[in-house]
Design a protein around this ligand. Structure first.
Ligand code: PMP
Length: 406
């Protein structure tokens, strides 16, 4: 947090946020409202905040990596579930019981992740905070890769925590040595695929170090599921580490094409979480049509390598072109590409100009990332044609030259 905000009284804090927000609105012009996604699934109609007109853009800001949200087979399951269940689930699992379709989804997740058991949450955010806060007692500690997602870090609010350098087992070892005798339980936390950089975790080495020092390991597979590993099984399959990970969390809201989150682990740990994970215990079960969508999405991913292959063709195509144009894309390896610029004004201007040209990418200015790593972020999905990618990449190159970025 910003100390100016953190130590201000609530009233003035809200004023400061208010003026920051209207500055953003004026200077960034990035606060779009989306109206629809058309049949090709990679074009969004967004309402231009300046002109109030609907504008068609190629959508490079979606986590729907396999374009499943609009898939007819998923739509059919959603309609069926609405007819069968109506709206909400009516209560939390502890008091109202678990619906059988939720149990089915949990089994499907456990099978994909090769873990004994799973439970589902209303979102990936709820799964991460609920799992980590459910495990951490006063004498325990969470040790995070410093690029871990906010939902993981929020799980240890008010608890002991430390960070290690991104993807660096030697740095983790240093932290573990320092805390070794001070805490009862140690939980090492990382992302399978990092959400701002698109790189893959160094899981084999991190796991060795963590387990050597008696720590447990939690991997968040939000951006890995459906993207890496055979049949989209994720990080564990990618590295061939079945049975070695203590806890996997993830979301049903990205490649799975639905909404919701999950945690997978041993049956014993999942039983424990059912009675200690507050965002599971005290929250109504997920929306059942979304559960039906997720179940179908996971089955489609498990039985259909073609979507993943198409995604990887697109990833490799974009990566080769960005590198040959001379962009700094860090260690990007998956469907997320940072175009690292290191200059906030250029990041905002490049994003604005690309939006004007119909290319929807996101700015990631300071303080979201350190100043020298500010970037334009784009995500790739399976549904783009080569022509659409060429169109976007030509405009990205042209704009970057206008701004002397390359
Ligand atoms: N983990 C990571 C790494 C994420 O990027 C996100 C979503 N932005 C989440 C968890 C949260 O998932 P959800 O959107 O389902 O709450």
């Amino acid at each position: 947090g910003d100390p100016k905000l953190e130590y201000a009284e609530w009233d003035s804090r809200m004023d400061m946020m208010g003026s920051w927000f209207s500055d953003m609105k004026k200077s960034n012009r990035f606060l779009y409202e989306r109206e629809s996604i058309d049949g090709s699934k990679v074009v969004s109609n967004v309402i231009d905040p300046e002109t109030k007109t609907v504008k068609e853009m190629l959508n490079f800001a979606s986590n729907d990596y396999l374009n499943l949200t609009q898939d007819k087979r998923i739509q059919a399951k959603v309609i069926e579930a609405i007819e069968q269940y109506g709206g909400g689930a009516g209560g939390a699992p502890l008091l109202s019981g678990t619906m059988s379709i939720i149990r089915e989804l949990q089994e499907q997740i456990s099978s994909m992740k090769a873990m004994e058991a799973s439970i589902v949450y209303t979102s990936g955010y709820a799964a991460n905070i609920g799992t980590i806060s459910g495990l951490l007692g006063h004498k325990d500690i969470a040790i995070y890769d410093m690029f871990s997602h906010a939902s993981l870090i929020d799980g240890s609010k008010g608890s002991n925590k430390k960070f290690f350098a991104h993807n660096d087992p030697a740095s983790l070892e240093k932290v573990l040595k320092n805390v070794q005798n001070k805490y009862i339980n140690k939980l090492v936390v990382l992302d399978g695929v990092y959400s701002m950089d698109g790189d893959i975790c160094n899981l084999p080495e991190i796991l060795d170090v963590a387990h050597y020092y008696g720590a447990w390991v939690l991997v968040d597979e939000a951006h890995a599921t459906g993207v890496i590993g055979k049949n989209g099984k994720g990080t564990i399959d990618y590295f061939g580490l079945e049975g070695k990970i203590d806890i996997i969390t993830g979301t049903l809201s990205k490649s799975v094409g639905a909404v919701g989150g999950f945690v997978s682990a041993s049956q014993k740990l999942i039983n424990y979480l059912k009675y200690s994970s507050r965002s599971y215990m005290f929250s109504t079960s997920p929306y059942l049509p979304a559960v039906a969508a997720a179940l179908e999405g996971l089955k489609l991913i498990a039985n259909n390598q073609a979507g993943q292959d198409k995604l990887w063709n697109n990833i490799q195509y974009v990566k080769a072109r960005l590198l040959s144009a001379g962009f700094n894309i860090g260690n990007a390896e998956t469907a997320i590409f940072p175009i690292i610029i290191g200059d906030d004004n250029k990041v905002k201007e490049m994003t604005y100009r690309l939006h004007q040209k119909g290319i929807f990418v996101n700015p990631v200015p300071y303080p979201a990332v350190p100043r020298k790593l500010t970037r334009v972020r784009m995500t790739i999905t399976a549904g783009f044609s080569e022509d659409q990618l060429d169109n976007a990449l030509n405009k990205i190159e042209e704009t970057a030259k206008e701004l002397s970025i390359i």
